[in-house]
Write a protein that binds this ligand. Structure first.
Ligand code: ZN
Length: 271
């Protein structure tokens, strides 16, 4: 056994050993396996590939931008409902239902939002309308952009990450929006960025962390494979995963409904 299977299985062993009345205290007060997804952007083929890759989990967190850019908004939302996702609102989600002003959108993104708004069914619209901008449970805060500006701010540097530390009270903050997987850590007033190397466990340790799982539906770090994050609050580790999916399936569906060609092409390059 190697890689993800061994990491997950090791944690499971410890968990069952402690299950008889002496449960170890995880960061949420109970051991938890949590999958963290963000920026799915109506890309069902990518979500399906991630779903097939998921080990057994206790919770699924989704950090917004569920829709926008891609061709299957209703199908993606139905899948997340089936999976019991704990979701927050992203700028594209709010723009698609008219509750967020899309002032920052480039012409391609705006065109995709107009198309999305025209095809959203009642179920999807109602789902997006219920999403909070900030979700706090136990030791986790989840936002799309940043804790101090949940819809719009991009956390792209250690200094921006550190400036956001005072805007959330839990030990861990999960965020998305940049489509770039990364961890920012703060210990003793010092901030550092940790690279998100797939399948290499990162210790959750004693530091306060901001973690970005990267993007499921439109990765922008030069790797077209979907990116997501697993947290094991029992073993106190995090691990990034990359999952290749059939980009051509999503691209064909995008062409069929005349979504902007630049949005179709960028999926091939992960940009
Ligand atoms: Zn996004």
């Amino acid at each position: 056994m190697s890689g993800i299977a061994s990491w997950w299985q090791n944690g499971r062993g410890r968990r069952s050993e402690a299950a008889d009345g002496t449960k170890p205290i995880g960061i949420l007060g109970a051991p938890m396996r949590i999958a963290v997804l963000s920026d799915i952007h109506s890309n069902l083929a990518a979500l399906d590939a991630v779903r097939a890759d998921l080990p057994e989990i206790d919770e699924l967190w989704v950090l917004g931008d569920i829709v926008g850019y891609g061709p299957q908004p209703n199908e993606v939302i139905a899948a997340l409902q089936e999976m019991g996702a704990r979701s927050v609102l992203g700028n594209h989600d709010g723009a698609a239902i008219g509750t967020v002003d899309p002032h920052d959108f480039n012409p391609d993104a705006a065109a995709a939002i107009r198309w999305t708004a025209s095809v959203l069914d009642d179920n999807a619209r109602a789902y997006l309308a219920t999403l909070p901008e900030v979700r706090t449970e136990g030791d986790l805060t989840g936002v799309h952009g940043s804790p101090r500006d949940p819809i719009w701010e991009y956390i792209t540097s250690t200094s921006i990450a550190m400036a956001n530390l005072e805007a959330f009270e839990t030990r861990l903050c999960l965020f998305g929006h940049t489509h770039l997987p990364i961890v920012f850590a703060s210990q003793d007033g010092q901030g550092t960025a940790l690279a998100a190397i797939p399948d290499e466990p990162i210790s959750l340790g004693a530091a306060r962390l901001l973690l970005n799982p990267g993007s499921v539906g439109q990765p922008r770090d030069g790797n077209p494979a979907s990116s997501y994050l697993l947290l094991d609050t029992d073993a106190q580790t995090a691990i990034f995963r990359r999952v290749a999916y059939d980009v051509g399936v999503t691209q064909r569906l995008m062409r069929d409904v005349d979504l902007p060609l630049r949005l179709v092409e960028r999926l091939s390059w992960g940009r």
